[in-house]
Ligand binder design. Structure first.
Ligand SMILES: Cc1ncc(C[n+]2csc(CCOP(=O)(O)OP(=O)(O)O)c2C)c(N)n1
Ligand SMILES: [Mg+2]
Length: 255
């Protein structure tokens, strides 16, 4: 059914849609909070393909695998983890960094409208403030900012607004200790190898200093130690600093 007059346009199977909406509304009424996706007890050992939708092939399935190991984390693994752990109503704001190509290729969310990019001006740090704005608009589910370390350093003070106004923002800082997109872009283009590194910064400590909760993730196993329900319910910001593999090449210049 499609009508330009309708405030809410629905596409798909009505019965299936309303069945799901009713289930979610009942859970919300009963528990007073949105349900987390049920990833099951065996989630940690799920096959990589369970995250990638059927009919889609990715360049490197291992780089978004949810399997646990001590190997350095690849950025797409972080998306897979967030998407399967947080409520479906969660909104994602992707900053301008390697996260743009990573997310275009590997971000598989059941609600595409939850995925926000800003590639017109492509300014670094846009997502930091946008995630705070998103939380002002809707406090029911987390508003997630995914930013590189360089992006977050350009504009990290907005976290103080989220602390002051007790907003459910999750700042995910993908720390590769450098300007990764530029480093990989130069490498692929065969340009001179200048220094793209960012000095070590403890982003979790920065978050705590502003009054947020903060955690440092060094391996996929660390994700299991987080209380995801508490994180999803929290009315206030959380900062997740994720140490990622700086050598993993993003999917750019694929043609
Ligand atoms: C204000 C601004 N300055 C410079 C750039 C060019 N630029 C795009 S991505 C990037 C590096 C981003 O580094 P980081 O946030 O650490 O993300 P990474 O690529 O390492 O994941 C730069 C310098 C830009 N887009 N906006
Ligand atoms: Mg970086």
């Amino acid at each position: 059914m499609r009508s330009p007059m309708a405030r809410l346009q629905i596409e798909g199977d009505m019965v299936a849609l309303f069945r799901e909406i009713n289930i979610r509304l009942k859970t919300l009424q009963r528990k007073g909070r949105l349900p987390l996706p049920s990833i099951g007890a065996t989630a940690a050992s799920k096959a990589p393909d369970s995250y990638v939708p059927a009919g889609i092939s990715v360049i490197n399935p291992a780089s978004c695998a949810t399997t646990r190991s001590d190997a350095p984390i690849k950025a797409p693994q972080v998306y897979a983890e967030l998407i399967r752990r947080l409520p479906r109503e969660t909104r994602y704001f992707i900053d301008n960094s390697n996260s743009v190509p990573w997310s275009i290729h590997y971000f598989f969310h059941p609600r595409p409208q939850s995925y926000h990019l800003s590639i017109e001006f492509a300014t670094m740090a846009w997502a930091v403030g946008a995630a705070v704005g998103g939380a002002f608009g809707n406090r029911r589910a987390p508003s997630v900012c995914i930013a590189g370390d360089g992006c977050y350093l350009m504009s990290g003070q907005e976290i103080t607004v989220a602390v002051e106004r007790q907003l459910p923002v999750l700042f995910v800082v993908l720390n590769d200790r450098g300007y990764g997109l530029i480093r990989h872009g130069h490498r692929i283009a065969g340009k001179e190898d200048v220094d793209f590194s960012i000095p070590p910064v403890d982003f979790a400590m920065m978050g705590r200093a502003a009054g947020a909760e903060a955690f440092t993730i060094r391996s996929m196993k660390d994700f299991d130690a987080l209380d995801w329900q508490a994180l999803a319910d929290r009315q206030g910001p959380t900062l997740l600093e994720v140490m990622i593999d700086p050598e993993e090449q993003p999917p750019i210049a694929m043609a």
